[in-house]
Every structure is written in C-alpha cells, then in structure tokens.
Design a protein around this ligand. Sequence first.
Ligand SMILES: *Cc1c(COP(=O)(O)O)cnc(C)c1O
Length: 347
Amino acid sequence: MIRVDLRSDTVSHPSPEMMKAMAEAELGDDVYGDDPTVNCLQEKSADILGKEDAVFVASGTMSNLVAILAQTQRGDEVIVGSQAHIFRAEAGGASVLGGVNYHAVTNEPDGTMPAEGIEAAVRPDDIHMPPTSLLCLENTHNGAGGVAVTPSGTRAMTDVARAHGLRVHMDGARLFNASVALECPASVLVEDVDTVGFCLSKGLSCPIGSVLAGDASFVDEARKWRKIVGGSMRQVGIIAAAGIVALETMVERMADDHSNARRLAEGLANIDGIGLDLERVQTNIIRFSVPQNSGIRIASRLGDEGVLINPTRCGEVSLRMVTHYGIDASDIEFTLSVMSNVMSEIA
Ligand SMILES: *Cc1c(COP(=O)(O)O)cnc(C)c1O
C-alpha cells in the first residue's frame, strides 16, 4: 500500500474547492479566445508576475519549448544551466523541433550560473558559430535541490545577457515556492527576465497546466507556437478554473510543504549513511546522497514499506524527496522511521 508518495509534487491532487470550480467553470472555445475562465487565469497570472500578458499551456515542458521557439531562429544557440530541467529533462525539444543548439554552463550549487561562465558562452559574431540569442534560468532550481534564487542572483546573470543583447527566459516551474521561501513577490523574482513560465500542476496542486508570461508581442508569438506544437485546446476553462483557485488559495500554504521538507531533511541528516546539505533545503525538495550503488535498493525497500521515491537515474548519486499538498507531519515521521530501518538494513 502507498502511504506516502514523495516522488514529486506533481502527484498532488486538486483540493475540493478546485474540484468545485472545475465543475462549475464558465466555458468557451479558447482557440477563438472565448473561454472566460482561461482569460481570467491568464490576466490574473500576468498581473501577479508583473508582465503584459500570459498564455495557458498544457505543461511546464510545453511552456519552456514554446518560450524558446518564440524567441529564437533555427540555428541559434541558447545558454542553459548544466543541471537545468530544460537541458536535462525535456528530451531536447527545442533542438528537435526548432533546430536550436543548447550551450550548457556549469551550475553553481545555489542554482545560478557564474557571470563569467555565461560571458564565455556567448558566441562572437562569426559565420562559423551559431548566434547566441537566449539565456534560460530556473527558479526554484530543481537539479540544485529546490534552492530559491534571489533577485540579486538573477540580476547578476541577466546583466550579462543584457550586455550582449540576449533575451532571457525563466523556467519558473516552482516560482511560487521561491516566492514563499524568500518572502519576495513573484513579480520581483521575474522583474529582470523577459519571459517566465510556472507550473500549476506541481506545488499548486492543479491536475494539469502551466502559464507562460511576457510582453504582449511575445505572448502573441507564443500562441502561434503553442498551435504548432498542438497545444491549443478548446473548453480548457475546465482546467484553468483550478488554476485560478490555486493562485488564490494554494500559494501561502506551500510554507507548510517547506517546513515539512525541513523537518524531513533534519531527520534524514541524522541517519547513518545519508549525506545531506541542510543549507540547500530551502523549499519542498530534498536531495541527499546514499552509499554508492545503494540508491535503487533503498528506493525499492522504501516502496515495500509504502514510501514512494524515484530510483536514481543513471549516473546520479543522489535521491530526491518532494513534499506537497496532502503530505502532513505524521507522514514525515512515518517516512523517517521507515528510512531509518531501511538504512540499517543496508549498512
Ligand atoms: C517539472 C518541471 C518542468 C516540466 O514540467 P511538466 O509539467 O512536467 O512538463 C520544467 N522545469 C522544471 C524545473 C520542473 O521541475
């Protein structure tokens, strides 16, 4: 029996209030721009982010893909972090569909890329080289363990981009986790970027959806690319309705996910064989190391006891746990007691 599912915050289910809003949503055909619920979510999102406009898309992956396709030409190069979701976990979509090259800059443990690294990655004007056109950031930074990047951390990177005339996109799949952790409005976190996407389907607990925001001409262009990738939907207010409720009711409560993650991380750090940097546990993601080659066995033994986590991917030495809506303090205690038993078996 599954007792605690810590694989991702994507496993969270909609709240009763979201279910009700979905059942009662006013609908229209969104390809004609006629769905009032989608329009409301888009306006509300743009407003919260301090951007001119926003467009509803099916997923975080689609928001990043459309953002890159709308801001590059075939043969361009985009700068990404070496641990970025765009680079490592989106099947090279912009390359496959847009003929765009990725240039990876090594991420720092705090989720940023060093300004010198970005500087060195920008291609000079030379017919041998792909033109650099876009810098992609991520906040919170999933690969770095859910760390929240501060406005000054972001500014140091966007300054380099501006000096070279690059546009900047932020993958803000968990932007609101960063906002809650830093006690900083989301609009301030994205002030220096041109475009930003956030997921409704992660900590905000919606069943489906992401929102991509930027200036009005970008959003027009993004709508066209959304059409090209097959992402235009019809009476999609049915899911946008949950997004509106999420923005109103699910943001502040993510502080609970963060304190549960903190409690879990402190407990894990006390278990022999687990390596964990508490400073990196800033939001709802915990990454920790286990003895070499034990990750798959640990994940499998936890699963036997009802605690689900993802097995390590090839080449990774760390395991991940993610807290979310539906995980409470007793689940954290249960997980720690199971983990403690499993680790003593492994030793
Ligand atoms: C989950 C995630 C995405 C992709 O979102 P999907 O909705 O799963 O496609 C993009 N970026 C980051 C940082 C993520 O964690």
